[in-house]
Design a protein around this ligand. Structure first.
Ligand code: SAM
Length: 286
């Protein structure tokens, strides 16, 4: 019989039996709500053909639900104290592979191997949400979709538009190859222990039509340009780019003009497509 990990009393008993206290430092807020668990899994639209990468299985709550629908689940967990609990909660799910590593340093390309269009589903540890999402999106893996449970303010940054105060590197990373959809808001009471802030389930989905404006340079150069564009928010785009790129100010100004971008504009004024255009243009001038 499967452990009912959405029942607070089951979670508390399990933690007590294994002499465990949820670690604040590792962002351990376990999901204990059946309704929101079902919404996360439904958003991923899983089938037996899918490989799912999960970050932070914790006690195995979301992992069990993913394993009941996907063909394979690879779950990356940093906290080895959870091993005895996961051995029990995942005993019936042989298609789950546990990887005891730091999700910030794992090689995602190697992990997914030949899998076409793998998916990511995770209730993310809040203290590394942004670097982790950036790492997943910059890993050059053709993710079909990524479903994240994150703090509400991170979700706002993920879907922000140009000229909005929340728009920045995270927004561009999320919107560069994916459409961003808010699936549902999640109250703090859905977790044990309850966090101090509200959360949101966000889905990033690759559009069937691909990117409207194609990148003509290598992806690492694009990210270098985007990082430079947002690197110095109070400076003009031309100044930020010349501070962060191996190009002269003149090369940058000519490149911006060729793309119809005002050198006096700021990084946060540019759409993702305009940033792609600037990266393409400046890539030719290196
Ligand atoms: N998936 C479980 C759930 O929904 O109840 C637990 C989610 S809890 C918010 C985050 C999980 O990420 C914890 O299990 C924590 O130990 C793990 N974690 C924290 N930092 C990590 C890291 N750098 N790499 C991998 N896992 C990490």
């Amino acid at each position: 019989m499967q452990l009912k990990l959405t029942k607070p009393s089951v979670v508390q008993t399990l933690l007590r039996q294994h002499n465990l206290r949820p670690s604040k430092g590792l962002g351990q807020n376990f999901l204990i709500n059946e309704h929101y668990l079902a919404q996360i899994v439904a958003a991923a639209e899983l089938s037996p053909a899918d490989l799912v990468i999960e970050i932070g299985p914790g006690l195995g709550t979301l992992t069990q639900a993913l394993a009941s629908q996907a063909g394979r689940v690879i779950s990356i967990e940093k906290d080895q104290r959870l091993a005895p609990v996961l051995a029990i909660s995942l005993a019936a799910h042989k298609q789950v592979q546990l990887v005891w590593q730091d999700a910030l340093t794992v090689d995602y390309q190697q992990l997914v191997g030949e899998a076409t269009q793998p998916k990511v589903v995770a209730n993310l540890p809040y203290y590394i949400t942004t670097p982790l999402i950036l790492r997943l999106l910059q890993a050059e893996v053709p993710w079909r979709c990524l479903v994240f449970l994150v703090q509400a303010e991170v979700a706002d940054r993920m879907q922000a538009s140009p000229s909005n105060k929340d728009y920045g590197l995270l927004s561009v990373a999320c919107q560069y190859k994916h459409e961003v959809e808010i699936v549902t808001r999640v109250p703090a009471s859905a977790f044990y222990p309850a966090p101090t802030v509200a959360s949101t389930v966000v889905k990033l989905q690759a559009p069937a039509s691909g990117r409207p404006r194609e990148l003509a340079v290598e992806e690492p150069w694009f990210w270098q340009v985007v990082r430079a564009a947002f690197g110095q928010r109070r400076k003009t785009l031309a100044n930020s780019l010349s501070a962060g790129l191996p190009l002269t100010k003149e090369q940058i100004q000519l490149g911006l003009v060729a793309q119809g971008v005002e050198p006096g504009a700021r990084g946060e004024d540019l759409t993702v497509d305009e940033l792609v255009g600037v990266a393409n243009e400046l890539g030719c001038r290196r």
